[in-house]
Ligand binder design. Structure first.
Ligand code: IMP
Length: 177
């Protein structure tokens, strides 16, 4: 079993690069079917989703657009609590078929707080594609439409995901030993 060291921690291979590519192809095929005759706008959330977004988008055979955004959080009014806003959103989402692309839905907090600001722009639809989901960790409800892999609640790196900045550059996914 291949292991890697990232900073002070050791990770073992959990999903091979081949298995990941196979699953990404399946998700792309599903999207190609679901959005036939439509022109979806992929909104990939940086940094973690860049690799998944690139591999997925490469296999989309529709007229499709992609934009990359970062999510920043700030404290909203007392009633709305925490608000997540997008940095770099230069697209008008009104009437668009939006597919949000995430690396991982862990607690679900990021998307849960970010989706309302997307909905405010009145897109025709919003679906979420996430490479990974940790169901045991998720305590904010988020509707997930395309899930690459559901994984146990253990820290992972690789395929775009990092541990303190490092580890994004592997084609496979590694789990903390
Ligand atoms: P949330 O808890 O669903 O809001 O997840 C927020 C972000 O935490 C994700 O987009 C990831 O960037 C990061 N994250 C959560 N779990 C992991 C992990 O196991 N490895 C690397 N990053 C993670």
């Amino acid at each position: 079993m291949e292991t890697i060291r990232v900073h002070d921690k050791v990770f073992k291979e959990y999903l091979s690069a081949d298995l990941i590519q196979q699953r990404v192809s399946e998700l792309a095929a599903q999207i190609n079917t679901d959005y036939i005759n439509k022109r979806p706008l992929f909104l990939a959330i940086l940094n973690g989703s860049f690799m998944f977004a690139a591999d997925l988008f490469r296999q989309v055979s529709l007229d499709a657009e992609i934009s990359f955004i970062k999510i920043a959080s700030y404290k909203g009014t007392r009633s709305s609590g925490q608000v997540m806003t997008a940095i770099g959103m230069d697209q008008d989402l009104h009437g668009r078929e939006v597919i949000v692309v995430e690396d991982i839905v862990d607690t679900g907090k990021t998307l849960h707080h970010f989706l309302p600001s997307l909905r405010q722009q009145e897109p025709a639809s919003i679906r979420i594609a996430t490479f990974l989901h940790k169901p045991e960790a998720t305590n904010f409800s988020v509707p997930l439409d395309y899930v690459g892999f559901s994984i146990p609640n253990k820290f992972v790196v690789g395929y775009g995901l990092d541990y303190d900045g490092l580890g994004r550059n592997y084609g496979a996914l590694y789990q903390l030993v």
